[in-house]
Design a protein around this ligand. Sequence first.
Ligand code: IPM
Ligand code: MG
Length: 350
Amino acid sequence: MKICVLPGDGIGPEITAEAVRVLKALDLRIEMEEALLGGCAVDATGNPYPEATQNLARASDAVLLGAVGGPQWDNLPREQRPERGLLGIRKDLGLFANLRPAILYPELANASTLKPEVVAGLDILIVRELTGDIYFGQPRGIEVRNGERVGFNTMIYSESEIRRILRVAFEAAMKRNKKVCSVDKMNVLECTQLWRDVAIEVGKEYPEVELSHLLVDNAAMQLVRAPKQFDVMVTGNMFGDILSDEASMLTGSIGMLPSASLDANNKGMYEPSHGSAPDIAGQGVANPLATILSAAMMLRYTFADEAAAQRVEGAVKKVLAQGFRTGDIYEPGTKRVGTREMGDAVLAAL
Ligand code: IPM
Ligand code: MG
C-alpha cells in the first residue's frame, strides 16, 4: 500500500506529521512518500499541482493531505492559487464523492455554540459531490459586455454524475440509520430540478432507505434548528461546500472533523475539513486530531481495514476522555497541550 503525503501550507506540515506517526505506529505494510501541493508548490515550481505530485498521486493508493493556502498567495493569478491545486487534484484523480462526517464527541458538548440538548449525540454524514457543478462548469469568466464588466459561471450536472453521488449516499445510509436527505434548489434552478428527479429515481433502488428533499435555504436553517433529524445529507459541490462548514460548527470545532474524497474504486484523498490556519502556523499549537481521524477514514475506505480504523478512532476518544485538549477545544479543567503532545497522547492510547 502506498500513500502520497501532501503536507501543504500553514499548519499542514505540523498536523500531517502527527497522522504519519500514527499510521507508522500501526505496523501495517504502508509505504509513504511526500510531495508538494498548494502554496509551497507554487513557490518551488510555479504550479500549485506540479507534475511530480501528479505522478506520485496517480501511482498511490491513497493521498493524505494537510491543508493548502495562505495570505501570501492570495494575489496570484487564479491558475496559480493554492486552491487551484486542490481543485486540480480532486478533478485529476476523479474524487467525486466527498464524505464529511459531523460528529459531536460527548466530551466536547460545551464547545458548540448551540444548546447541548440540540447537538448531544449528533452524528451526520454530509455527502458532497466534488468534481462537478458551478465549480467546474463552462463557460466561466469575467468579460466586458455593453461597456461594463460581467462575471459568469455555469451550474451544470449530467444525470450520470448525479446518479453516482446519490448511490454513494444511499450506500452510506444503508450502513447507518437508513435516511437520506437530498438538498437542491429546484424551485429556481433547472440544474437542481434534474438533481431532484434523479434522486427520486435512485431512491427507488433503495426501498429500505427513507428519502427526503429539502431546498438548500431550508436545509441551512434546519441544520441549526434541529440537526439531529439528519442522518445522511447529499448535495452538489457548492451547496455541499457551504452546508458542510455549517455542520462542522454544530460540533464546536472544525479542528475535529476529518473528510474523505473518493473515486469509483475507493482510491481516496483524506484531509481535515479545516483550512491551513496561517495565523497559528509553525507554533506547534494546531489540533492534529482531524488529520489523525482522516487517516482512520483512509484505513476504513481505501484499505478496508475496519479494525485499524476503529483502533485509531478509539485512541482519539480516549485522549479526549483523558482530558487532553489543544487550544481550539480547551476549556478550564482540561489539560492544554500542543500538536506534538496531542500526537504523543494518541500514540500512547494506541
Ligand atoms: C473545501 C474548501 C475548498 C472548496 C476551497 C479551498 C477551494 O472550502 O474543501 O471545502 O471550496 O471546495
Ligand atoms: Mg469549504
